[in-house]
Each structure stands twice: as structure tokens, then as C-alpha cells.
Ligand binder design. Structure first.
Ligand SMILES: Nc1ncnc2c1ncn2[C@@H]1O[C@H](COP(=O)(O)OP(=O)(O)OP(=O)(O)O)[C@@H](O)[C@H]1O
Length: 604
């Protein structure tokens, strides 16, 4: 069966498969939880026996063992509870660290779906991964403990009063199976709506925060707040409904506990069991049913967790399919250096030859192709520019090169090897640079730059910053390299922010430098100057792929690709393209005319 045909595994199975390396720890936690509950039950039964027997004022030595046992059980139960919590959380936190890393890797490497909201991603990383934690800690561990304690309680009762074991078994079955099933049926539909609603609310929160300025500018703040408020109220309503169902079920649980205890007492009395033992059975039954009622809570938790778990499972299945597909493609390539794992591949020492081979990209099935059979040669040291109208597919082409966008067909290669067979931490050192909407961190200029290359010294920082046209500004700042730039570079102008991102890209010195609109936000003269100094700072054997709207300066480029609607409509050098009718010449004439007007205006 091909990996494409494979259905995602059930959510619980996906999680359990990830938990497999930690199974020993989880079983240990389950046994400790069972031990804790058993210690509690035995404590109640022994204390009851002690109280009833002591009322008859027997000699002290009759009571000594029970007194010691009560003390030991009381202390033991606390110790067991503590170690159970430690073991359970230790196992679970290890598992969810794995899960979170995988969910993050899948979300980070993904640009192919349209439901890409930061808030939704955040909700997947936080709430949905917490669902995995809750499944293990609040469903599986207490569930296992309740099952073990129930069986031992029935066995213990059967040993003391065989007739009383039947009503106890029935009560425990009702408490541990029927009531949890009823709880699930009652709350499932409501619970299914809670997780997506939480995701939507997280999306609203991120939109309201990050988009506050734009919402205000368009007078849409009130409508957006009302929408989020409406969702918040709907969520609160659902949570209230879940809580009400929970209380009702808890009430039934208490009734069931009393009824089971009464049935056990009546049966034991009929069977002629000793009065003291009947008391012990009554209290023991109450304790056993209470432990089993934990399964109702577990079932309720499980209904609330299912949607989150399913979303995590779908993501993890996606990641696994991608891994398997990559492994398959590598084997198909059958190149000598591809024989082992991707981890074993050494980085190419010098510049690399990069190419796109008949690449087609579609963001959604049935949608028009964002790239349609695009081919491109970018040998080591080449300078290639990609131009075209907005939405032509330029950023998508960069996404394919950097491995962020998965082609529907065709492939991007570095020295003949598919970019997607490189490890995620390895690829950016070979192909990378300034991508669209580069993020500037709320940190100092130096820290933002060092993200490009952690071991760069001050001279290298200065060279890259000068090439990006930002060095003078840095020198003018009282704090120099330590100037803090604000959240997403909020304390910089648009142009300074862009130059900082460009300097970081230059400092990283990838063998194929991609620059997506590197001079956006700069005035025309500065844009031209910065582009010349920036590309001049790139080592001669490194390739440069520039995406730009501005055609000035492209006469220095070896090849220009004109994209429109995802297709290459023109290809050639600047002079060749100017010499033929088409988008490039028209755009050049328009820009030159506008530039003339701009220069005339700025001269006044
Ligand atoms: N993540 C995405 N999900 C769905 N469609 C997308 C996504 N990213 C881009 N597209 C679509 O793919 C097409 C090409 O987009 P792309 O961003 O590559 O164009 P572009 O040439 O870089 O545009 P611009 O010059 O405006 O940045 C567009 O129709 C766009 O709507």
C-alpha cells in the first residue's frame, strides 16, 4: 500500500505509539496509582474493623496489629501518591515533549494549507498537546488503577463473604462501565464542539492583538471584538452544559455507591456474616465504588480530549507520511551518497548547483496551480532574478527551493539531490536568506544578527550590516549593537527593519542566497544602492536568486525569469527582454516613467 493511500491511525493509537518507548514508566505509574488506591481502601477497611472491635474493649494486643497497620497504610498511601504523581508526570512530560516537537516541526514546515493561522497553530501546540497529557494522566493511569482495585476488591469480598461479591461486582460494573458510557453519550456532542471553538477563539485573540492597528484603521475593532465575544460566550455556554451534565452524573454516582453498599450489607447479613465484618464490607464497598467512579471522570475527560487528540493524530500522521515519502524518494534516487540516512550526508564544501525541474505547486486540490511546470537552472555563482505581477508565484518558487513548499510534481535539487531529502537544520545553511515577511525579534540588533550566524565576530557583523546599508544607523544609536528593536522590529522604520533582516540573511552566507523583495520599504535610490552592495557582498561562488518588483539593476543578472499565473512567460537577460515586446518591457517603461516623475518631484 502506498503511503498516500494510508488512512491516519486512530488518535489514541497514534498517541500510544509515541508512548511506546516510555511504556515501562507508564505501567510503573499505573501500578503505583493502583497501590495508592488499594492502600486507601485497605486503610478504610482496617480502620473500620479497629473502631468496631475497639468498641467491645478487647485486650490491647488484639488491636496492636491493626493499629500499626492503620499507621503504616496512612503513611504509605501518602508516599505512594507522591511517587505515583512523580512517575506519571515524568513519563507524560517526556512523551508530550516528543509530541510537541513533532507537532511544531510539522506546523513549521508547512505552507500548503489555507488554514494556517498562528492562533490555530498555537492552539494545536498548547491545548491539543495538553489533550495528550490528559489522556495519559487523567484517563489511562486512573483507569488502570480503578480496574485493578475493582478486581482485587471483588476477590477480597468473595474470600470473606462469597454471596456479597455479586452485588459488589454489579455495583462496580455499573459505576465503572455503565455510568462512564452514559457520561460519554451525554457529553460527546457538546465536547466535540469545544476544541474547535477554543481554536477559533485563539485565532481571534491573535488577530485582535497582531491586527489591532489595521482593525482600528478600518473601523472594524468593534465588530471583531463582538465576534470574539460571541465565540467566548458560546464556549462558556458549552462548558456550563458540560459541567451541569458532570454534576448530574456525579450525583448518580453517589447514589450508586450508597445503594451498592446497602446491597452488600443486606446480602452479607442474610449469609450470616459476622457483624464486624459486615461493617468492614460496608465501608470497603463505599471506598471501592469511589475508586471505580474515577472512570466516570476519565470517560468525561476522554470525550473532551477526543477532538484535540484527533487533530494531533492527523498532524503526526502527516509528518510520518512525509518522512516515509522522503525516505522512499531517496531510495528511488539511488545515488551513492544517498544510501544511508540523510543525517550522514556531508554538506557540500563550495557553491552548489541548484535547479527546479518541471515544478508544479497547488495549494489545494482543484485550485489553480501556483507554479505550473517551472524549470530553472541556478548554477554556483549565478545571479538570477524572478519578476512578475503580484500573485505570479514568485514567493512560492522560493518556498519550493527552501523546502517549505512541497511540489505536486517535479522537484528542486541541490547538486542533483532533492532539497526535501536534506535535514531541516541542514538545509538553511545551503539555501536560505531573506524570505517574505522576515520576522525581527524583540531583542538587540546584535542578537537579531547572530541568528544568521551564531559565531560571527564584530567585523563580520559590521560588514554584513554595511552591505545592507544599516551600519551608519547602528553607529548613531547610543546603545550601538545592543539597541533593542522592539517586538517584530516595532521600534524601527519599515526600511530599517528590512535592512536588519537583509544583514542577517547576508551574515548567514548560504550557498544559494534567496532574497524575496529585499529592498521593500526603501526609497528607489536607496533600494538600488543597497541591492548593489548586498549582492556585492555575496561570495563569487554562491548563487543568488532575487525576487523583486523593481527592474532597475537587473542588467547585472545572468538570467531573468518572468512569471505570470504560475508560468514562465519570458526568460533571458535584461537587454534581451527589453528588446522584445512583453510584460518585462512594458513594466520597465512604466517604472522608468514613474521614476522620472519621482526624481522630478524630489528635485523640487
Ligand atoms: N499558503 C497559501 N495557501 C493558499 N494559496 C496560496 C498560499 N500562498 C500563496 N498562495 C497562492 O498562490 C499564488 C502565488 O502566490 P505567491 O505568494 O507565490 O505570489 P507572488 O508572486 O510571490 O506574489 P507577491 O508579489 O504579491 O508577493 C497566489 O494565487 C496565492 O494566492
Amino acid at each position: 500500500m502506498s503511503t498516500r493511500d494510508r488512512q491516519p491511525l486512530g488518535a489514541e493509537r497514534v498517541v500510544l505509539r509515541l508512548a511506546r518507548p516510555y511504556l515501562g514508566r507508564l505501567v510503573g505509574a499505573g501500578l503505583l496509582a493502583a497501590g495508592t488506591e488499594l492502600a486507601g481502601l485497605t486503610l478504610m477497611a482496617t480502620a473500620t474493623w479497629l473502631l468496631i472491635t475497639a468498641a467491645g474493649q478487647p485486650p490491647l494486643d488484639v488491636l496492636t496489629v491493626a493499629i500499626v497497620a492503620v499507621r503504616a497504610l496512612a503513611i504509605g498511601r501518602g508516599v505512594l501518591r507522591y511517587t505515583e504523581r512523580l512517575a506519571g508526570h515524568d513519563a507524560t512530560l517526556r512523551i508530550i515533549t516528543d509530541v510537541r516537537a513533532r507537532v511544531f516541526a510539522t506546523l513549521a514546515g508547512r505552507r500548503t494549507t489555507s488554514d494556517q493561522h498562528t492562533g490555530d497553530a498555537l492552539s494545536r501546540l498548547v491545548s491539543d498537546v495538553e489533550a495528550v497529557q490528559d489522556l495519559l494522566l487523567r484517563v489511562l493511569v486512573p483507569g488502570a488503577a480503578a480496574a485493578v482495585v475493582s478486581l482485587l476488591a471483588i476477590a477480597g469480598t468473595a474470600a470473606v463473604a462469597p454471596a456479597a461479591a455479586l452485588p459488589l461486582a454489579v455495583g462496580l460494573l455499573l459505576a465503572g462501565v455503565a455510568l462512564p458510557a452514559a457520561a460519554t453519550a451525554l457529553t460527546r456532542r457538546t465536547a466535540d464542539r469545544v476544541a474547535p471553538l477554543r481554536g477559533a477563539l485563539a485565532v481571534d485573540a491573535v488577530d485582535l492583538t497582531h491586527g489591532a492597528a489595521d482593525l482600528a484603521a478600518f473601523g472594524a475593532t468593534r465588530a471583531a471584538l463582538e465576534r470574539a465575544d460571541g465565540r467566548g460566550r458560546e464556549l462558556a455556554g458549552l462548558e456550563r452544559r458540560l459541567a451541569a451534565a458532570g454534576w448530574a452524573i456525579d450525583g448518580v454516582g453517589v447514589l450508586l455507591s450508597g445503594a451498592t453498599s446497602a446491597a452488600v450489607v443486606v446480602t452479607a447479613l442474610h449469609a450470616g456474616v459476622d457483624g464486624v465484618l459486615v461493617g468492614v464490607l460496608a465501608v470497603g464497598t463505599l471506598a471501592a465504588v469511589e475508586v471505580t467512579l474515577a472512570l466516570v471522570g476519565a470517560a468525561r475527560q476522554w470525550t473532551q480530549l477526543r477532538t484535540g487528540l484527533r487533530r494531533v493524530a492527523v498532524l503526526l500522521a502527516e509528518e510520518q507520511n512525509a518522512e516515509e515519502q522522503n525516505a522512499g524518494e531517496q531510495n528511488e534516487d539511488n545515488q551513492p551518497d544517498d544510501a544511508g540516512s540523510t543525517a550522514a550526508t556531508p554538506l557540500p564544501a563550495e557553491g552548489v548547483d541548484c535547479a527546479l525541474d518541471e515544478v508544479t505547486v497547488r495549494y489545494r486540490a482543484g485550485a489553480p496551480a501556483a507554479l505550473d511546470r517551472v524549470s530553472l537552472e541556478l548554477p554556483a555563482g549565478a545571479r538570477v532574478a524572478v519578476v512578475g505581477p503580484s500573485g505570479a508565484g514568485k514567493s512560492t518558487l522560493i518556498g519550493v527551493l527552501t523546502g517549505a513548499v512541497r511540489p505536486e510534481s517535479g522537484r528542486a535539487t541541490l547538486d542533483g539531490r532533492d532539497v526535501r531529502t536534506y535535514r531541516p537544520e541542514e538545509l538553511p545553511r545551503i539555501v536560505g536568506g531573506l524570505l517574505a515577511e522576515a520576522y525581527v525579534f524583540h531583542a538587540s540588533v546584535r542578537e537579531n544578527l547572530l541568528l544568521g550566524r551564531a559565531d560571527a565576530d564584530d567585523d563580520e557583523l559590521a560588514t554584513a550590516t554595511a552591505a545592507a546599508g544599516l551600519l551608519d544607523w547602528v553607529r548613531q544609536q547610543p546603545a550601538g549593537w545592543d539597541t533593542v528593536v522592539g517586538e517584530d522590529g516595532g521600534q524601527l522604520s519599515g526600511g530599517q527593519r528590512q535592512r536588519l533582516a537583509l544583514a542577517r540573511a547576508l551574515l548567514a552566507r548560504p550557498r544559494v542566497l534567496v532574497l524575496d523583495e529585499p529592498t521593500e520599504g526603501l526609497d528607489p535610490q536607496n533600494a538600488d544602492r543597497v541591492l548593489v552592495t548586498a549582492t556585492g557582498a555575496v561570495p563569487a561562488d554562491h548563487a543568488v536568486l532575487l525576487v523583486t518588483h523593481r527592474l532597475r539593476g537587473l542588467d547585472r543578472y545572468d538570467q531573468i525569469l518572468v512569471l505570470d499565473g504560475g508560468r514562465v512567460i519570458q526568460r533571458g537577460r535584461h537587454e534581451e527582454l527589453l528588446g522584445q515586446p512583453g510584460w518585462y518591457r512594458e513594466q520597465w517603461l512604466t517604472q522608468e516613467a514613474a521614476e522620472g516623475d519621482y526624481l522630478a518631484l524630489s528635485a523640487h
